[in-house]
Design a binder for this molecule. Structure first.
Ligand code: ATP
Ligand code: MG
Length: 362
């Protein structure tokens, strides 16, 4: 059997810096766990624009369609701010998501014990938190027609349309139930069926999909109540599945339960491939952070945890993913912190490379 394949797209700003630390971890898995990957690396975003005049070369796009998983760093930066919209670095990422048809966006909110004091919430509310928000990513109100700003009588009207087909709801619901089967076997679906027809259909279809997963406990919540519960007692949830708009808000809120942007991984999944696993793109939630790029200050953990998600969801290596996450926990418990994880007390931060090395050692 051939090795699992991984396409690495470091991108711009701190992207290459944090990806260098992931490369150390990939090498460690090869050497110490006999877990080999066919790794290829290519350009995306501003780096691709500089070389090819486009933020994503067709050859890179084709490669992304073939591999088992794509791992991306970050794209963009001030250097590219004045480029034409069609070649902006962000367009490279959008093209990947669109052509790979990645409809399920996974945003875990996981609180490492060592950072529980760092959250904006009380320690007992977040310590040990481990939930997953699945946001529908390719449809809903950001894409529905009609949309636009129109003249109506003597004033203008701005219109967006929330629109979901049964099949769009069905497929993202399946992603959520599949995840729940590998986790705590609970799904909470959030919509506003009390005031939106799309919400009524959402609830119906999710309930129907749930019948295929009798082991998973399904509950429904109005999204506004869900937002409240997420802040009040987030540990009641395992997997939350919701639409594009509500997911946008809820996943950002959930992210802040856990601390720094430098800690947050994500995955975007599409339809199952021949091997039964979904098309997948993994990336840290943070951007290219031009303010700290090139200074060795970036926290590599978000990107490293994105690779842990790839181990779990694309490479069927859940135990190795646990091992990697445990190493992160250990290093944090030792008190090692990049600058973003320190308050103003003046403790000495470790560099990007030191953090990577410490995780490899752990
Ligand atoms: P984008 O538009 O690509 O989302 P952004 O400007 O919204 O980018 P980031 O690039 O993520 O956001 O940066 C936001 C802030 O968080 C910056 O001050 C940045 O330095 C900080 N930051 C982001 N990622 C990290 C990281 N991995 N380690 C340390 N600090 C980070
Ligand atoms: Mg941003």
């Amino acid at each position: 059997m051939s090795n699992p394949s991984l396409l690495i797209l470091p991108g711009d700003g701190i992207g290459p810096e944090v990806m260098a630390e992931v490369r150390k971890i990939i090498d460690w898995f090869g050497a110490k766990r006999d877990l080999q990957f066919d790794v290829s690396e290519d350009l995306v975003g501003g780096a691709a624009y500089d070389k090819h005049g486009t933020p994503l070369h067709d050859d890179t796009m084709a490669k992304a369609q073939e591999v088992d998983a794509v791992l991306l760093g970050a794209v963009g930066g001030p250097k590219y701010d004045n480029l034409d919209f069609s070649v902006k670095p962000e367009r490279g990422l959008l093209r990947l998501r669109k052509e790979m048809d990645l409809y399920a966006n996974l945003r875990p909110a996981q609180c490492f014990d060592a950072l529980a004091d760092f959250s904006s919430l009380k320690k007992d509310v977040v310590a040990g938190l481990d939930i997953m928000i699945v946001r529908e990513l390719t449809s809903g109100i950001y894409f529905g027609e009609p949309r636009g700003i129109f003249e109506e009588g003597n004033e203008r009207v701005g219109i967006n349309t929330q629109r979901y087909t049964e099949s769009e709801i069905d497929r993202v619901a399946r992603s959520a139930f599949e995840l729940a089967m590998r986790r705590g076997k609970k799904v909470c679906s959030m919509e506003k069926a009390n005031v939106m027809e799309s919400g009524i259909l959402w609830r119906e279809v999710v309930t129907e999909v749930g019948k295929d997963y009798p082991e998973v406990e399904l509950s429904h919540m109005y999204a506004d109540a869900g937002a409240m519960q997420l802040c009040r007692w987030p540990k009641q949830f395992d997997v939350i599945v919701t639409d594009n708009l509500f997911g946008d808000l809820l996943s950002d809120a959930a992210a802040m339960l856990t601390g720094s942007l430098g800690m947050l991984p994500s995955a975007s999944l599409g339809a199952p491939m021949e091997n039964g696993r979904p098309k997948a793109l993994y990336e840290p939630v943070h951007g290219s952070a031009p303010d700290i790029a090139g200074q060795g200050k970036a926290n590599p953990i978000a990107c490293i945890l994105s690779f842990a998600m790839a181990l779990r969801y694309s490479f069927d290596q859940g135990a190795e993913a646990d091992r990697l996450e445990q190493a992160v926990e250990t290093v944090l418990a030792e008190g090692k912190r990049t600058a973003d994880l320190l308050g103003d007390e003046g403790a000495t931060p470790v560099s990007t490379a030191e953090m990577g090395d410490a995780i490899v050692a752990a």
